[in-house]
Design a protein around this ligand. Sequence first.
Ligand code: S3P
Length: 171
Amino acid sequence: MDKNNIVLIGFMGSGKSSVGHNLAYILEKKFIDTDTFIEKATGVSIPDMFMNQGEGYFRAREKEAIAEVAQKQKVIIATGGGAVLDKENVKVLGSTGCIVYLKATIDHLYNNLKLDQSRPLLQEDNMLETIKNLMDHREQIYEDAADMVVDVSGKKIPEIVREIKEKLRMN
Ligand code: S3P
């Protein structure tokens, strides 16, 4: 497999989809969001899938989606925030492209997510506490999976896209 894709990882609300869209447009590549891919393939929305079939079912569909998307060439892939919790997914993603971690502070994430109702894992009484707890567990996993880390806190999408392009020397 040629390693010519760019794979965006990071917590919910870190901007993977927006950055991915913009990056794909600028680099004239196709953009694939694995959550959207799953929703199209199954005809079920992610919140409905979590509610009716459970997280385990979603993770299995996510793994299938990653295996399929990784076969594609010259694409920008935005993964769901929990995709890299599975070591095999990390391996597959790493074999298809450069893994870029969009790293954000808890404040930045909370600010982006506080009004959001589409993330099943965050529909708890205290969202800030939930984000902190999940990040405690995930931060190191994101760092370990990444080929490149980009700090996104306090930055606008075009700035993040520019930074990724520069770091990848794609200017
Ligand atoms: C999840 C993140 C979501 C989606 C699902 C689970 C997670 O994707 O895959 O709700 O475990 O962090 P985004 O990171 O695109 O919100």
